[in-house]
Write a protein that binds this ligand. Structure first.
Ligand code: UGA
Length: 436
């Protein structure tokens, strides 16, 4: 099929590459000419395992191309996906100005007699599909189209496998013609397809992300009880997670959830529920626990070091999770900045995220030293904090780490290390929700 994806960010670019990989012809549209130029030159603006090969292979096979022209994209495609950002506003509600503008732009290029399915892939509040349809109709009275909601569930760091093998594909549609075309789009993925009405599909995305955030806050609250009672949150998570009704996934205690989705989507769902007159108070508690989690962790570091001012602290990890260079809303960065604000001297190392953290001005390189390796970061450190669970941190030579440090004190914010091994190496080891 011929598909157009408007917006070449995380969701748009990975979806476009995966649709091309299964044989569709895909044109990715972006209004950022520099991004289009870079993509046309084979440069991928984000780090995502497997993505670069996928893009190069499909561009070479002429199944994937990039343009800045919506006209070109819409003219050459049966299905037009909208995958533009939906950032949060100050009050937590979603800023839909990009979606509205794209809807007008699509209206401006739709030709009479040429039916198109317009698909909302961005995460949007319930009832946005209705507004997109109204807008297109308002700006193009004769347009023949249907609006479908098709939320995306990919995780950064494993976006390609998530897209190629989805647990489910949700198609929110009120038109049989549009549903049939969407089923053809997804037929090669051989995944379960759930067809719903448009509003339900939109709600599924916010409800799913909020539920996953709730799971994380739940286990983090249990971790606090474990610390107070001498129990081990990893054992508790295994024990409750073995119940199939609960499941072990997303029960990893740590510094709390971050990234460009969960914090924003929980806030948005709270705002939507209020607007609809059915406030979702449980989610406010989810947010409160998430914020408290980092502060509790910093308290632990402060308790061990007495004062943080002038302490040499190494931090491993800056990205919001491993296998990505994304540092947006990263708890690791928040941690670094809080330590710096208390006067600590922080040296940080991250395999992929350091450059963007500086480029996007999330950390101040005059205040935070960036080390080229994990070992360089721990030199003379009075404490080491693991903030993001990159695999490579499990494989460092801990004898060397201990030798390099001023004091062998480790705070594991993601429960990556084995307490017994750390004790054998001679570290004083603190983790989350387990005896340290
Ligand atoms: C999340 C969802 O998992 C995707 O299904 C969804 O499509 C995506 O948001 C989105 O809305 O676009 P993502 O933000 O990429 O994906 O990353 P996750 O793997 O979900 O992690 C989010 C945060 O939760 C990270 O900070 C991670 O460290 C934290 N987390 C995750 C925990 O603290 N504990 C866990 O057990 C799992």
């Amino acid at each position: 099929m011929d598909l157009c994806i408007i917006g070449s960010g995380y969701v748009g670019l990975v979806s476009g590459a995966c649709f091309a990989e299964v044989g569709h012809h895909v044109v990715c549209v972006d209004n950022d000419q520099r991004k289009v130029d870079a993509l046309q030159a084979g440069k991928i603006p984000i780090y995502e395992p497997g993505l670069e090969d996928l893009v190069h292979r499909n561009v070479a096979a002429k199944r994937l191309r990039f343009t800045n022209s919506i006209q070109d994209g819409v003219d050459s495609s049966q299905v037009v996906f909208i995958a533009v950002p939906t950032p949060p506003q100050v009050d937590g509600s979603v800023d839909l100005t990009y979606i509205e503008r794209v809807a007008r732009e699509i209206a401006g290029v739709l030709k009479p007699g040429e039916y198109r399915v317009v698909v909302d892939k961005s995460t949007v509040p319930v009832k946005t599909g209705e507004k997109v349809a109204d807008t297109i109709r308002r700006y193009n009275k004769g347009a023949e189209f249907d609006v479908v909601s098709n939320p995306e569930f990919l995780r950064e760091g494993c976006a390609v496998p998530d897209l190629m093998n989805p647990d489910r594909v949700v198609i929110g549609s009120a038109s049989q013609k549009a549903t049939d075309l969407m089923k053809q789009v997804y037929e090669p993925f051989r995944a379960p397809i759930l067809v719903t009405d448009v509003n339900s599909a939109e709600l599924i995305k916010h409800a799913a992300n909020s539920f996953l955030s709730l799971k994380i806050s739940y286990i983090n609250a249990v971790a606090a009880i474990c610390e107070a009672s001498g129990a081990d949150v990893e054992m508790v998570a295994d024990g409750i997670g073995m119940d199939k009704r609960i499941g072990r996934n997303f029960l990893n205690a740590g510094l709390g959830y971050g990234g460009s989705c969960f914090p924003k989507d929980v806030k948005a769902f709270i705002a939507i529920s209020k607007q609809l007159g059915t406030p979702f108070k449980l989610l406010e508690e989810v947010e409160r626990i998430n914020a408290a989690q980092l502060n509790r962790f910093i308290d632990k570091v402060r308790n061990a070091l007495w004062v943080l001012k002038d302490k040499q602290i190494a931090v491993w990890g800056l990205t919001f999770k491993p296998d990505t260079d994304d540092v947006r809303n990263s708890v690791a960065i928040e941690l670094v900045n809080k330590l710096v604000a208390e006067g600590a001297h922080v040296t940080a190392y991250d395999p992929k995220g350091a450059e963007k953290a500086v480029e996007w001005k999330l950390i101040d390189p005059t205040k935070v030293k960036l080390a080229p390796t994990p070992l360089d970061a721990v030199k003379d450190a009075e404490a080491l904090i693991l903030a993001t669970e990159w695999k490579e941190f499990s494989n460092v030579d801990f004898a060397e780490v201990k030798q390099s440090m001023h004091t062998p004190l480790v705070f594991d914010g993601r429960n990556l290390f084995d307490p017994e091994t750390m004790a054998q190496f001679g570290f004083t080891y603190h983790a989350v929700g387990r005896a340290g």
